[in-house]
Design a protein around this ligand. Structure first.
Ligand SMILES: [Cu+2]
Length: 290
């Protein structure tokens, strides 16, 4: 990705942070907040369920569409390949000018959002540099509605989850049920899986299952998870464009998800049947990973 396009992407995100909210949720002030608010509202219906990967694929699609159609971005949604960043704190994605800024300020004994801190606490405060240093989120952390800065707490204990061994172990799974268990993880980890890599490495807002889309890096992390799924699908495309399993909810009654299951994006996108997001190079979506 050229430096010019990197700046264009960051500018488009700043533009979304300037456009007024269009969702019915209480709290969000901007189009950027809207995506976070939708994710918070739906948390238990989009994680640890059969439609976890599908919902997030569509979620990224509508986010990218907003960047392109309302904020003039001419490129594609970038992804963060964790495997390239085993020494992740040196990653160029944290560059203060061409990236998303670095760690949060160090706060001794930071207890985390919902106590998700670890002994390797390195930050816990507001991000210190980068384009989003002055942005105030209007929803989160978690399900609360507060005005707060973007918080990070780099945690290298999670870096191994995104390494090439972990990714290869995920893409070698024989069917969707095994793939989704290996990529998304369980309702109550550990064991942690590749989906936990970026969330755990950056932590802070990103470590919160509800409000993680408050950190713009969420979208690069999830694009890579989506990429791993697309790579896995491409290994046996015909079978894997229809292979789906899992329940639609984390609570009873347990119903098996199907290709007809409708993904709900509130006012950020139309009701989207799962079959429409199974194929990245189809008519609803039209992208591929390079
Ligand atoms: Cu999510």
């Amino acid at each position: 990705m050229s430096q010019q396009l990197q700046l264009e992407y960051l500018d488009a995100v700043l533009c979304m942070m300037d456009l007024p909210s269009i969702t019915p949720f209480s709290g969000p002030k901007t189009r950027f907040d809207d995506f976070q608010a939708l994710h918070i509202a739906l948390t238990y219906g989009i994680h640890w369920v059969g439609q976890f990967l599908h919902f997030h694929r569509g979620f990224l699609h509508f986010y990218e569409k907003t960047l392109r159609e309302e904020c003039g971005y001419s490129g594609a949604q970038p992804y963060w390949s964790w495997s390239l960043d085993y020494s992740f704190t040196n990653s160029p994605i944290f560059d203060p000018v061409y990236g998303f800024g670095g760690n949060g300020a160090y706060i001794a004994n930071w207890t985390g959002f919902f106590g998700n801190s670890t002994p390797t606490n390195s930050g816990g405060g507001c991000i210190q540099d980068g384009p989003f240093v002055n942005y105030n989120l209007s929803v989160g952390p978690g399900t609360s509605v507060t005005s707060h800065c973007i918080v990070r707490n780099f945690n290298s204990n999670f870096a191994y989850l995104g390494n090439s061994t972990q990714v290869a172990n995920t893409t070698k799974q024989p069917n969707f049920e095994a793939f989704r268990q290996e990529s998304g993880g369980a309702f109550k980890p550990p064991p942690f899986k590749i989906h936990d890599s970026g969330h755990g490495m950056i932590s802070g807002e990103m470590g919160n299952v509800f409000s993680s889309p408050g950190d713009p890096l969420f979208y690069l992390h999830h694009a890579n998870l989506d990429r791993v799924w697309a790579i896995w699908q491409d290994m046996d495309l015909e079978a894997r464009l229809t292979d789906i399993s899992g329940y639609t909810s984390v609570w009873e009654p347990f119903i098996n998800v199907t290709l007809d299951y409708q993904l709900n994006y509130s006012t950020l996108g139309p009701l989207t049947p799962i079959r429409d997001v199974m194929y990245t190079r189809g008519t609803t979506l039209c992208y591929e990973y390079i």
